[in-house]
Design a binder for this molecule. Structure first.
Ligand SMILES: *[C@@H]1O[C@H](CO)[C@@H](O)[C@H](O)[C@H]1NC(C)=O
Length: 185
């Protein structure tokens, strides 16, 4: 499934160059991220996850959303809205920065890691690790300030999906903002 909603030519353009790239390292942009610039409302345009049942049935797919706020020193408040099988659901998390590392966590709430792997502040590729020690799942989210993705942001997302081996679980969400807008600030 996954990329089924993109025109076939675009899928080829996105997928073909990836295999020929010798560099397979994760980008590490979050090391010098400006969290003030990254704060605010984001649409979630695409999801890739190895969590079984992360997305509901296809007829319930909608854009997700997130609101990111610097809370206190070294703390982020992150709200997520996703369309689930029981309808639109939102969650609020307070995440703490892990020392000098560019990762935020809340292990009590099962968030092992929240990292921004790539951003120009109009889009963001966000890596979320959920679970407890030893049983961690990977979820990659494409954040965008607008309800449509740019070619560059989608390419970054697809490239990072490949590196994290999440391509088979990747989905471009349909442009229904009814759930996303429930957390508009
Ligand atoms: C996407 O955003 C544009 C501009 O903000 C808006 O006009 C359009 O209705 C939105 N589309 C959807 C499907 O929400």
């Amino acid at each position: 499934m996954g990329l089924g909603r993109l025109p076939p030519v675009l899928v080829l353009a996105l997928v073909l160059p990836v295999g020929s790239q010798p560099q397979r390292q994760l980008p590490r942009e979050s090391h010098n991220l400006n969290w003030n610039k990254f704060s605010g409302f984001w649409y979630i345009l695409a999801v890739a996850s190895d969590v079984q049942g992360f997305l509901p049935d296809r007829d319930k797919w909608k854009l997700g959303a997130s609101v990111v706020q610097l809370h206190n020193v070294g703390q982020l408040k992150v709200v997520f809205a996703f369309s689930r099988s029981r309808g639109c659901q939102s969650h609020t998390l307070i995440l703490r920065k892990d020392g000098k590392k560019a990762v935020f966590r809340n292990t009590l709430k099962g968030v092992e890691g929240f990292r921004v792997l790539s951003t120009d502040y109009s889009y963001g590729v966000v890596d979320v690790r959920l679970g407890r020690a030893g049983r961690t799942s990977k979820t990659l989210l494409l954040f965008s300030r607008q309800n449509t993705s740019s070619f560059l942001s989608m390419k970054k997302f697809v490239d990072i999906c490949e590196i994290l081996e999440l391509t088979r679980g990747s989905t471009i969400l349909p442009k229904d903002a009814s759930c996303a807008h429930t957390i508009l600030p």
